[in-house]
Design a protein around this ligand. Structure first.
Ligand code: DGY
Length: 338
């Protein structure tokens, strides 16, 4: 029996070599994340790749490396992978659901408080030596307690955000394609509404849906114009759910009071206009960035690879319909473990 070859395209916080699956030939990187050129030059000969959302796994990529059998995305979102093409080429794809809900919701709520209470702006003011005296009108922001939050997407992360919102006695509205169970709604005191109703009634709108063909530019001029005067938008999901140029217009005209963004349309590029606006909080895609969470994500991805190559179907495959083809490929390449 041969040993499968695995390429890990990123350093892992809290990495310990014991995290790597046993009986694999593992290639890892010493610093940062492989860029797409490095990925192209290092994928040949690998049976599996564990990568992050910066790796573009396109149809061309999959066609170029026929030996590849599995892509384990170290992320819950997988819009960087052409899953339709992976399915066509018999490549299984896994993601990391469940392990990053709390970290991401913590960051989303941090952003909500930061934009409402103008924290980065206040800190810039203080550091610039502008603070001369206490003032009743100095850097006044928006209250959060008892306000209405609208969650666009009510999966695990949306629900974790609802749990945090309850701590601030907020009214929770949510919208998504399918209504959640009554039990879930009761647990969070959440009300299912249409997206339009949510936008018209929420003081804070927080985005928690995946990026798909349907959600790309969900927040365009039209939808942003439906938001309540003085409302705030928080996005920790994917940048392209919000049309950045439309958001800039809504912020510049004062249609909405502010936005707090962890994700951007063309990461790592950030629109220069956004950088000049005072009513935004901007952070570099750090939703899941706690050492424990990033380690848990990597562990889940690596253990999914280990499982799959041991012939056990991981629960977190996003295209489980390819599983039997994957097993046949293992057999054809002499990688079946007995
Ligand atoms: C994800 O998991 O999709 C995040 O965006 C990165 O942690």
């Amino acid at each position: 029996m041969g040993r499968p070859a695995l390429l890990v395209t990123t350093v892992i916080p809290g990495f310990d070599p014991a995290m790597l699956p046993r009986n694999f030939d593992c290639r890892t990187t010493e610093v940062g994340v492989l860029n797409n050129d490095e990925l192209l030059s290092r994928t040949e000969g690998n049976d599996a790749v564990a990568c992050t959302l910066v790796s573009k796994i396109s149809a061309e990529f999959l066609q170029r490396f026929p030996r590849l059998k599995m892509v384990a995305n170290i992320a819950v979102g997988y819009d960087n992978i052409d899953v339709t093409a992976a399915t066509k080429y018999g490549v299984i794809v896994s993601n990391t659901p469940g392990v990053l809900d709390s970290a991401t919701a913590d960051l989303a709520f941090t952003l909500l408080l930061s934009i409402a209470r103008r924290i980065p702006e206040a800190e810039r003011y203080l550091r610039a030596g502008q603070w001369k005296s206490f003032g009743l009108d100095l850097l006044t922001g928006a209250g959060v307690f008892g306000k209405t939050i609208g969650l666009v997407g009510f999966g695990r992360i949306g629900q974790a955000m609802a749990a945090r919102s309850l701590g601030f006695s907020m009214r929770v509205l949510y919208s998504q394609r399918n209504r959640a169970s009554l039990e879930t709604e009761r647990k969070y005191g959440a009300t299912y509404v249409s997206l339009e109703e949510l936008l018209r009634n929420s003081d804070f709108v927080s985005v928690h849906c995946p990026l798909t063909a349907e959600t790309r530019y969900l927040f365009n001029d039209d939808r942003l114009s439906m938001m309540k005067e003085g409302a705030f938008l928080i996005n920790t999901a994917r940048g392209a759910v919000v049309e950045e140029s439309a958001l800039i217009r809504a912020l510049q005209t004062g249609k909405i009071a502010g936005a707090a963004l962890d994700v951007f349309e063309n990461e790592p590029a950030v629109s220069p206009h956004l950088l000049t606006l005072p009513n935004v909080v901007l952070v570099p895609h750090i939703g899941s960035a706690t050492t424990e969470t990033r380690k848990a994500m990597a562990l889940l991805a690596l253990s999914s690879i280990d499982k799959a190559f041991s012939g056990v179907q991981p629960e977190n495959l996003v295209n489980p319909e390819v599983w039997t083809i994957f097993l046949k490929k293992l057999a054809a390449d002499g990688l079946v473990r007995t």
